[in-house]
Design a protein around this ligand. Structure first.
Ligand code: SF4
Ligand code: SF4
Ligand code: FES
Length: 520
């Protein structure tokens, strides 16, 4: 536990963490010190001078907040004439050659230059000489587009490629008003995290080729979510919008800080996986390949389950704990085997030693906690012997289109409850649409044993239902997410003392030794 100290900001006493730099220490109590080059993941560079603050009776009296640790009794001044003049001067300096093309800039609305102009500057330009022209629309690779005219040379992007990805593709070349951020000739960005540069650039100098000109950011609803691109479970913002007469669409995922899981960054593949939430969705019920009513689809599944001698229910490693639990419960109800077999979600060798995992599912740990057997041999045995296979959003051919089980699966009577239209739904007698993870609430456990909750973000015009609702319609006792918890608590020791509504925002690290320990 960090030591706390009392200091004064503009004469008011605040309690902050000792030794943290003033930007972070004072920022933690809701007072922002303007800054451009400092980023908590990249450390202090001290090049922009936007963060200069006064220290009453300090030697020196003006210091960069990014490089000054908080100490007991410090008297920090943010509102003196000297500090305000420094901030205006820095802003004037930053804006001398800035194109001020906010109306066509993607960053408008979330740009530090715009914010600080409004907060501390508000002066007309005094420049009467032509602005220095620089290059625009430079394709830096990995979907990153650079505008040299908008750049304030804070160096965050350069430090990101040196300190975080350690690939060093970017540099600042030349000096004074000929200084530019650039790639080396013929050496574009080439790493799996490059799009984080777009997030950390404080202005609109680094933009995403994918997102450019698609939306004004103030129209976007920015909900918190968890990436389901792999077992890391990185925290994201789901930025979405329902335009007039259209459906609610996700326009981008952005990294959301969580020190327990992903720090400040996410991978590019996860970031771009927002498209999978928009595309190729199963939107209508199909029975024998023909469009049908949802209720008829449920009824047909119920009939088939009641008639089957040896049904096999397949749970998805992407489903929430609550969904997995409710499917396990109805498996008992229908005397079915319940399997979480999902080797198709594993891309051997694709992971790295930073965030990306080989396992492209979000909640395989959940299957382990709930003791849902995911073993290949037992699945194969159950599949061979079953007379009905019901998949709850488990795509057996996800990354394995030529699965050894394909012919066998297709020879079975197959029913699919699925968020997406895929080879499984196409081969199914009944295909029933359900919500995908950006559209429901739930709890998942990442590969490191961190239990995290997430909330519904997207609301489609024609909403499907959650898997939980389907299991309830099939006769299950679990009606909603909350009703799954008492049962899970009494069965899974490690969840015994957890109240689902009290899981901290950053998640809860489950004790390692007990993760898979299930009581009888
Ligand atoms: S491109 Fe953005 S992050 Fe990079 S130096 Fe310029 S302003 Fe800073
Ligand atoms: S590392 Fe995994 S969870 Fe994190 S953003 Fe990438 S795909 Fe998503
Ligand atoms: S943030 Fe301190 S000098 Fe740039």
């Amino acid at each position: 536990m960090a030591e706390m100290v009392k200091l004064f900001v503009n004469g008011e006493e605040v309690e902050v963490e000792e030794g943290k730099n003033l930007i972070d220490a004072i920022g933690a109590v809701g007072i922002e010190i303007p800054h451009l080059c400092y980023h908590p993941a990249l450390g202090a560079d001290g090049n922009c001078r936007m963060c200069l603050v006064g220290i009453e009776e300090g030697r020196p009296p003006v210091v960069p907040a990014c490089k000054t640790p908080a100490r007991e009794g410090m008297r920090v001044q943010l509102d003196t004439d000297v500090i305000k003049k420094i901030q205006r001067d820095i802003m004037e300096f930053e804006l001398i050659n800035h194109p001020t093309d906010c109306p066509i800039c993607d960053q408008a609305g979330e740009c530090k230059l715009q914010d600080y102009y409004m907060e501390v500057d508000l002066q007309d330009s005094r420049m009467r000489v032509p602005q220095v022209q620089k290059s625009k629309n430079l394709d830096f690779g990995c979907g990153v587009v650079h505008d040299q005219e908008r750049c304030v040379l804070c160096g965050r992007c350069v430090r990101f490629t040196r300190q975080i990805t350690k690939t060093g593709e970017l540099g600042i070349v030349n000096r004074t008003d000929t200084a530019r951020v650039n790639i080396f000739p013929g050496r574009p960005l080439n790493n799996r995290y490059a799009l984080n540069i777009v997030d950390i650039c404080p202005v609109g100098a680094m933009t995403s080729k994918d997102f450019r000109f698609k939306q004004r950011v103030w129209f976007l609803k920015k909900d918190k979510g968890i990436c389901h691109g792999c077992a890391k479970g990185c925290n994201i913002f789901i930025d979405h919008n329902r335009e007039k007469y259209k459906d609610d669409i996700i326009y981008r995922f952005r990294a959301r800080q969580n020190d327990l899981v992903n720090g400040y960054f996410i991978c590019d593949q996860g970031r771009m996986s927002y498209k999978l939430e928009n595309e190729n969705r199963l939107t209508v019920t199909r029975i024998d390949g023909a469009e049908a009513d949802f209720a008829d689809g449920v009824q047909r599944i119920q009939q088939q389950l009641s008639m089957a001698q040896k049904p096999l229910l397949l749970v998805s490693p992407n489903s929430t704990l609550e969904q997995q639990w409710s499917v396990k419960r109805i498996a008992t109800l229908f005397g079915a085997t319940c399997s979480g077999y999902s080797d198709a979600y594993i891309k051997e060798g694709d992971g790295d030693d930073y965030l990306i995992s080989d396992d492209k599912s979000a909640n395989r740990k959940g299957l382990q906690l709930l003791e849902i057997d995911s073993d290949k041999e037992s699945f194969e045995k159950a599949l061979k012997g079953c007379d009905l296979l019901v998949s709850f959003d488990n795509d057996l051919f996800m990354f394995d289109k030529n699965s050894e089980f394909k012919a066998l699966v297709e020879s079975k009577k197959l029913l699919s409850i699925s968020s997406h239209d895929n080879a499984m739904t196409k081969a199914s007698l009944v295909a029933l649409p359900v919500l995908s993870y950006s559209e429901y609430d739930g709890t998942i456990v990442n590969e490191d044993g961190v239990l995290q909750t997430f909330r519904k973000a997207v609301r489609k015009n024609e909403e499907a239902v959650d898997i939980l609702e389907v299991t309830r319609m099939l006769g299950g006792a679990v009606r909603d997410k909350e009703q799954a918890w008492p049962g899970m608590r009494t069965t899974v020791n490690v969840l015994a003392d957890i109240q689902s509504d009290q899981i901290p925002a950053e998640g809860l690290q489950l004790p390692e030794s007990e993760e898979a320990h299930v009581s009888a």
